[in-house]
Design a protein around this ligand. Structure first.
Ligand SMILES: Nc1ncnc2c1ncn2[C@@H]1O[C@H](COP(=O)(O)OP(=O)(O)OP(=O)(O)O)[C@@H](O)[C@H]1O
Length: 275
C-alpha cells in the first residue's frame, strides 16, 4: 500500500484538513480542549479512542455539522468559520460522509437514496442522476439488483455499502467514515476494509476513519490518531502509536485483541511478500 505520509520523500503533502486548538464543550462537559490534528492528502487516517472521547464530535466539527466552542478548522486551505454560505456549500460538496448507522432514507429505494444528492445539489435530471447512481452502486460493490430494494430489505453489510455509494455520489475528495465495520461479521468487515483501500487507491481519496476495529486499523490505515485526555494524544504510524507509553493505548493495542490484530496483519504481509 502506498503511504503518502510516511514515504521517505522528504516532503509531506499539504494537509487537506488542519485542526488547531479545538475546544468542544456541551454545558460543563468538555469533550475537546486544545486539540490539534492534520489530515494529509491521500492518506487513510484512523481515529480511535475510548467511548465518549469525542471521535464523532470531532468528525461533526470538521464537516461543519457542529460549531466548535473554540479553535480553528481549515479545510482545503480555508478557515471553515470564515466561509459564506455559498463557499461552505462548495466545500461540503467535496466531502462524502458515511454515518454510523448508514442514515439512508427508509422511504426511498437504494437507487433513489444514492441519486438524491445528485438531484438536490447538482440539479441533475432524475434519469441522469440514476444512471450515475448505478455506477456508484457498482463502485461500492453492490449487485445491480439491489438498486430497487428498500433499506429494510438489505443486510447490515449491504446498508453500509449503499451508504458508501451515497457518500461517493458527488465524487468527494475526502471521505469521512464513522465506524463503517461496526455490526458487520468478520468476513464482511474484512471485505469492507479492502474496499476502502481499493477506492482510496483508485479514486485518490483522502479518508478520515473513526473506528474501534483493530483489524481495520492494521489493514487499512496509514496513520492512527488516538483521542484521549480531550486531545489527540498521538498521531503516527500504527507501529509507533502501539508502543506509545499511555495506559489506554497499552490496554488497547497490547491486549489480546490488539496483539491478535497486529499478528494477523504481520502474517498477511509475509504471505503477500511470498506471493
Ligand atoms: N449534541 C450533544 N449534546 C450534548 N452532549 C453531546 C452531544 N454530542 C455528543 N455529546 C457528548 O460528547 C461526548 C463525545 O461523544 P462522541 O459521540 O463524539 O463520542 P465517541 O468517541 O464517538 O464515542 P463512541 O466510541 O461511543 O461512539 C459524549 O460524552 C457525548 O455524550
Amino acid at each position: 500500500m502506498e503511504n503518502p505520509i510516511t514515504q521517505n520523500t522528504g516532503t509531506k503533502p499539504a494537509p487537506v484538513i488542519e485542526v488547531r486548538d479545538l475546544d468542544n464543550r456541551f454545558g460543563n462537559h468538555v469533550v475537546h480542549h486544545n486539540l490539534d490534528l492534520d489530515l494529509f492528502k491521500g492518506e487513510i487516517l484512523g481515529v480511535v479512542g475510548g467511548s465518549g472521547t469525542g471521535k464523532s464530535v470531532l468528525l461533526r466539527s470538521i464537516v461543519g455539522l457542529l460549531k466548535p466552542s473554540q479553535g480553528h478548522i481549515r479545510v482545503f486551505g480555508k478557515d471553515l468559520d470564515k466561509l459564506g454560505a455559498g463557499e461552505r456549500s462548495d466545500v461540503e460538496q467535496r466531502f462524502g460522509i458515511l454515518f454510523q448507522r448508514g442514515a439512508l432514507f427508509s422511504s426511498l429505494n437504494v437507487l433513489q437514496n444514492i441519486a438524491l444528492p445528485l438531484i438536490e445539489h447538482c440539479g441533475l435530471p432524475r434519469p441522469d442522476a440514476e444512471d450515475l447512481a448505478r455506477m456508484k452502486l457498482a463502485l461500492a460493490g453492490l449487485p445491480a439488483d439491489s438498486a430497487l430494494k428498500y433499506p429494510s430489505e438489505l443486510s447490515g453489510g449491504m446498508v453500509k455499502r449503499a451508504a458508501l455509494a451515497r457518500a461517493l455520489a458527488m465524487d468527494p475528495e475526502v471521505l469521512f467514515l464513522d465506524e463503517p465495520t461496526a455490526g458487520l461479521d468478520p468476513i464482511g468487515a474484512a471485505a469492507f476494509d479492502r474496499l476502502i483501500v481499493t477506492l482510496r487507491d483508485a479514486l485518490g481519496l483522502t479518508v478520515f476513519l473513526v473506528t474501534h476495529d483493530l483489524d481495520t486499523l492494521y489493514t487499512t490505515c496509514d496513520r492512527v490518531a488516538v483521542l484521549s485526555q480531550k486531545k489527540v494524544l498521538v498521531a503516527d504510524r500504527i507501529e509507533t502509536v502501539a508502543t506509545t507509553d499511555d495506559p489506554w493505548i497499552q490496554d488497547y493495542f497490547q491486549g489480546p485483541r490488539g496483539r491478535a490484530a497486529s499478528y494477523a496483519s504481520g502474517a498477511q504481509e509475509k504471505n503477500r511478500s511470498r506471493e
